[in-house]
Design a protein around this ligand. Sequence first.
Ligand code: ADP
Ligand code: MG
Length: 757
Amino acid sequence: ANQARIESLKDNINRPTRSIEYPKKIDGKPYYTSEIFGENVFHLQQIAKVLPKPAYASFLKQMRGRQALDKATADAIAHAVRIWAMDRGATHFTHWFQPQTGSTAEKHDAFLSLKSSFSANGEEVTAIDAFSGSQLLQAEPDASSFPSGGMRTTFEARGYTVWDTTSPMFIQQGPHGTSVLYIPSVFISYNGDALDEKTVLLRSTNQIAKAACELLNLIDPVPVGAQPRTSHVFTTLGTEQEYFLVDRSLYSLRPDLKHTGRTLVGNLPPKHQQMEDHYFGRIPSKVMATMSEAELELFRLGVPVKTRHNEVAPQQFELAPIFEEASLAVDHNLLTMDVLSKVAHKNKLKVLFHEKPFKGVNGSGKHCNWSMSTDRGENLLDPTVKPETNYRFLLVLVSVLHAVQCHGGLLRTSIASSSNEHRLGACEAPPMIVSVFLGEHLTEVLNSIEESRPIKNFSVPEIQSIKLGGTVLDVKVATLPDISRDLTDRNRTSPFAFTGNKFEFRAVGSKQSPAFPVTILNAAVASALQDVTQALREQMGGRPYPSDADKIAVIKKFIASTKSVRFEGDGYSDAWIQEAERRGLPNIKTSPEAFEQLLNPVHADMLTRQGIFTASELQSRHLILQERYAKDLLVEANTLRTLLASQILPAAFEYRGSLAQTVQLLNGIEGEGNSPELAALKALTPVVKELQATIANLDKVVHEMHHIVDDPVQEAKYADAKIAPALNAARAIADKLEVLTADKYYPIPHYSELLWF
Ligand code: ADP
Ligand code: MG
């Protein structure tokens, strides 16, 4: 290996695992997790404590109904949160928001303020700490450096961050024991247009809540004059986050990983994931150190991280939280990614959230587990023991099917990116065609209703004792009832699967914020719920409430109309691609094509009709996505070009030089005219030439792309048509060269070094 790689590997081997002290009480006993949980969060109860009762009531009203907050209340909360935060070492505050960059943004301001007073002796300036209600409510970062997709030319350049009162404030530790107060915020333009991911997400959760309440209250009649039974429906979200961890020193020797998040060259070693020995395997100690340090911080931040385990690919891991209300879950997922990165860094590791950092092994997803729940805590997708007669469940279920049927193409858009494109449809990742997997039992339920026949008998849960070595243990074990066994079928090939009492949107990329896919899913389901409610009203004729027969008729109707989107088979097979085409399901292969769906009237009308996006917000988002795609590929092309030209090609030259020298030395020696070195040289030379040509080709396509000016759609199309193939072609040759070049000369870490600690 070359010197840099040797140093780096040595460093990794010799480095002790970092160990942080778990917090202890005065008596020396460790804190329980529940005692630490949320200690860095400014909870609603704390607001309740500082506000007079009427002010607190009006704050709650503002939170739920989004009415304006008055100045006195805002000032009182600001004062209380400042004292709370400063007592915990906070020196600064920041509005924390989610521009359309895929990550979060923050700009810190100190609480420090200066107060001047004038007296006979002149001006006297004193330092004070201050934080006003208006500073809490709103800030004005310079919007002009965030992606706006042309909104700036249409509207004012100004952007405002506004406190999102539905997500609690929290503090995050900085260096030297200081910390920063984070204020979760939305980011909007002067005219109120969404410049971020959060605003549209909040609009979509409001819409779905309204639509679901309307359906529920229609089928759940109350006496005349009484309050409707359901007054709010929450969207719930649990985001299983997959990621890779690599040694930071090796990472730093890979410009491709550093600049693009993925390896642009590299061969898999003979053993990778085929032994299936990594999944759920023992967690390596430096990974455990990172995971538990990150979890400790996340517990304090009130993020309910629950599950950790090894994933399928070498050095791939997963972390899953307990589900929460969707917009909070999104904030918490973004925080989780931040904290993991930060803690990995301290542990001399690098976390890779890219969907496909390594070619040939599994990529990473972010499974978005999604459901709806009433304000009484009932999960609307809980099939209960007898789903066939649970009409509420069935109406909600067919609404989701109807949503995917109508807007599958748009769901595809919501997960499209240059990075996710490498994952989808390869190595255990869902395909590009959005279909729904329901499992055997629910399929039978829907089929029996559609065919108006009795349902096949699915046995009910039984309790039995297990016998071990002849002795009956005193434990009662429920044999898995058929219902839960069937409902939790693992069909990894489905992009959108029913898993027991929720849907799992699996096509979502590991790197992206879950906000956009969840917004689109909410929007589509809200619209579908409206359609189903409408159909039910029509079915009822003039009657005030639907009968069971009305419900069954509507359920039947939607079972029939959504059949083509249901698929239980192998989503990876070619047969499915042909079948999907026969069914008329969209198979949108490229991201630029997927982004166009945002302007497709079928989808755009649905989004604008519900007020989740305005037409100009859609146009701007469309341009932002196209532009980002083009830029991603351009960065990859430039990174690869430089890597090949300045590192890999010179390494091959050096090795070739040494071979040539040996050949020359051997030339005069009897019987060495045809030396093995000469054979190696002959094998190497044409590949080196090919590599040189491929670099020239990369130059050419990058250069041509620069001819397209100010047209993100054309740039993205060009990137897809020309840059992506050029990257692949260059990689193929570079990978051949990696094998032919003596290890000693090879400048960057191999997969075999990166992927095994
Ligand atoms: P599975 O084994 O099917 O993946 P888990 O119980 O491990 O199921 O849950 C996976 C994720 O789904 C977790 O983040 C969990 O909190 C979340 N989840 C469970 N129920 C719901 C629900 N009703 N709504 C949203 N997410 C849920
Ligand atoms: Mg799962």
